[in-house]
Design a protein around this ligand. Sequence first.
Ligand SMILES: Cc1cc2nc3c(=O)[nH]c(=O)nc-3n(C[C@H](O)[C@H](O)[C@H](O)COP(=O)(O)OP(=O)(O)OC[C@H]3O[C@@H](n4cnc5c(N)ncnc54)[C@H](O)[C@@H]3O)c2cc1C
Length: 438
Amino acid sequence: MSGRPVVVVGAGLAGLACAGRLRSQGIPVVVLEAGDAVGGRVRTDLVDGFTIDRGFQVLNTAYPALRHVDLDRLDLRSLPRGIRLRRGGRLADVRHPLESPGAAYRAMTSRAASLGEKAALARYATGLLTASPASIKARPDIETREAWAQAVPDGVADSLLLPFLSGVVLEPEITTSRVFTELMMRLFARGASAVPAAGMQALPELLAGHLPAGTVRLEAPVSEVHRDAVVLRDGTVVDASAVVVATDAWMAHLLLPELGRPPAARGVTTYYFAAEPWRRSNPLLTVDADGSGVTNTVVLTASAPEYSTDGRALIATSVLRGQDGPVLTAAAARTAPAELQEAPGDEWELIATRDIERALPAMTAPHQLRKPVHLTRCGVWVAGDHRDTSSIQGALVSGNRAASSVLAGLAALGRPSTVDGPAPSAPETTELRGPATP
Ligand SMILES: Cc1cc2nc3c(=O)[nH]c(=O)nc-3n(C[C@H](O)[C@H](O)[C@H](O)COP(=O)(O)OP(=O)(O)OC[C@H]3O[C@@H](n4cnc5c(N)ncnc54)[C@H](O)[C@@H]3O)c2cc1C
């Protein structure tokens, strides 16, 4: 490797996307990761023969940033589209309301929603399905809850939209940016929610696999960042042609005070249970409008049988996390979803708990969809979901944006020190450019 490398701090999706883009342009890169594996918030453990993601999460195959990823290599297992909803003590299967305008109307039983509610939902769904991303972004960004108040009756907002979306934005009031939730709902309608057969960590591992051996250095926590070097916690100095901080928002704000105050954190706790398969098991993501405290529960093995090696079902039940911890204990989280799943819950075995205090940076309205990735005062670049949107899509986009901006910066300095690949392509003229969706 000739010349100093670009140093990327953090091997989450943003850091790996950034490193991959830079390397594809022939730029030498080193990725310094504090943890013992790549992936950041997208990690998977094997526990007693079960595949346990660090919190229930899925990737959406319609995320535009995934078009650079060879999804075939992930051996994806898709969850069925739609949700199972409990409302007023009754369970109803509801096709994704945005899959087609009439889907929710047809699927909801007459007692799950009134005619007026169904019509309002169909209108709302049609509006989103036919809207372009540009038109969604063009309207003022307000809290999603407020937008619903203008568009659908309270019953639809509280009993259908909120129970589903609170599991996406990890907050119960849905004060999250309308622009983000509407763009996300469009993508849900267009793609499938899926997990790799080997667990979610297969995604970052695939990205890391494209980097030359030795590019990612694990267990290398960075404690200081400068424009031309970083200092590891053990005092080692690593010189750099440019530095990209691709940590989570809260660490980035510690390393780079120029970022100002960090965003609030949204937390979630996922309990993983094993159970013998039961007759009425339903593969849909199940949400509850009846206030059990369960955000969502899903029989993962119904879609990804590889998540279990002993034939038992693996159930992931997520509950929101407040400052004082999860809103439901494991014991309560066993009973409620068993009812929701129509299963004999007393026989469920708790396999693992993943309690994640900082799962997502909050995106309260108005949310800036493209935050700058080059901090001009300190001369350091920054990537991560907190620069775009709190999602896999946002993390990947931020990494690509940061890489484009670094390429432009190096080219402007006249020192695009390449390894053996081509010289950097023409730099993007603005660091705020990126795919049109979140
Ligand atoms: C439970 C849960 C469920 C989710 N569900 C979904 C979902 O269904 N769909 C979706 O699109 N998104 C989901 N997300 C969000 C998505 O996972 C994140 O937005 C995305 O992974 C963030 O990637 P990142 O690279 O920006 O940050 P991170 O993944 O946080 O990566 C940052 C990396 O930096 C490293 N690091 C931190 N400090 C240092 C340091 N000082 N030195 C060196 N390295 C350091 C960390 O160890 C980490 O590897 C979910 C997240 C969680 C936690």
